[in-house]
Design a protein around this ligand. Structure first.
Ligand code: KIV
Length: 293
């Protein structure tokens, strides 16, 4: 499914038929069901990050959710952290990913500084992200402190994905990207964060970089799906940064499994191209325009 088709199922503007219905917020939310001693999901939720149209096209058929993560700060822009990422970046990459997908629900990260100031600031920023990109949901980092914001947005038509545990936008406060919840007091705080985020109306939440036992406790305690990154197989779904999973970078965190070694393949292809250009063996007749006949 590499041909982009806009999801116009509900639009009068263009009657282009769509190949299927896009995943919805209630559909994701309803994957979590009650069991005897907590909650579970029938089928794990598959989520990957995407920042560009073409990558979205390739990932979309395989994913329930595509996340336009603010990790694009490091992955695309070479920034030292997610802190300098702007709303403009998120809107532009969000729009590209929406244009390149038709099946997955597209969620866009709220960048640092665009939502923490006040409820009104959060609403204005999230509404802009949704209008400019066409995404169906936003994700924001934070636990109890952000619960009023999540409630404010959710009650005003903005579906929110929570993000607890290791919250990379707080790197300056945390002092690094190490796993969280290693001691009982911190684990208790993160569990309270997750409960607050779910109670405030988040339709699912990312749990990043926590001990397995804590991921298990959170997943059993909250009635919305948990999507783990570095948070064990106990979560209701998994997310990875796509470029990590593809092996684009030399260094990746321990929780990343590399499904390919794209960096080596790009290096080999670029090297071959360079030597053929230098040897004047590219282009050949096959790649050359000449008058016909
Ligand atoms: O920005 C991002 O890519 C994320 C994922 C790591 C969940 O938030």
């Amino acid at each position: 499914m590499s041909t982009f088709t806009m999801d116009t199922a509900t639009s009068r503007a263009t009657p282009t038929p769509v190949p299927g219905k896009r995943m919805t917020v209630p559909a994701i939310r309803s994957r979590k069901v009650a069991k005897v001693d907590g909650y579970t999901t029938a089928e794990p939720i598959v989520m990957l990050t995407a920042y560009t149209m073409r990558m979205a096209q390739l990932l979309d058929p395989h994913c329930d959710l595509l996340l336009v993560g603010d990790s694009l700060g490091q992955v695309i822009y070479g920034l030292p952290s997610t802190v300098p990422v702007t709303l403009d970046m998120m809107c532009n990459h969000g729009a590209a990913v929406v244009r390149g997908s038709w099946h997955a629900l597209v969620a866009v990260d709220m960048p640092f500084g665009s939502y923490e100031g006040s409820l009104e600031q959060a609403f204005a920023s999230a509404a802009r992200v949704m209008k400019d990109s066409g995404c169906a949901a936003v994700k924001l980092e934070g636990g109890e402190a952000m619960a009023p914001t999540i409630e404010f947005l959710s009650k005003r038509g903005i579906p929110v994905i929570g993000h607890v545990g290791l919250t990379p936008q707080a790197v300056n406060q945390l002092g690094g990207y190490g796993a969280r919840g290693k001691n009982p007091a911190e684990a208790e705080r993160i569990l309270a964060d997750a409960r607050a985020v779910a109670d405030a109306g988040a339709f699912c939440m990312v749990i990043e970089g926590v001990m397995e036992e804590l991921a298990d406790d959170i997943t059993a305690a909250v009635a919305v799906p948990t999507i783990g990154i570095g948070a064990s197989a106990r979560c209701d779904g998994q997310v990875l940064v796509t470029e990590d999973m593809l092996g684009l970078f030399e260094r990746t965190p321990r929780f990343v499994k590399r499904y390919d070694d794209i960096a080596s393949r790009v290096t080999a292809a670029a090297g071959m191209y360079a030597s053929e250009v230098r040897a004047r063996s590219f282009p050949t007749d096959e790649q050359t325009y000449r008058p016909k006949g």
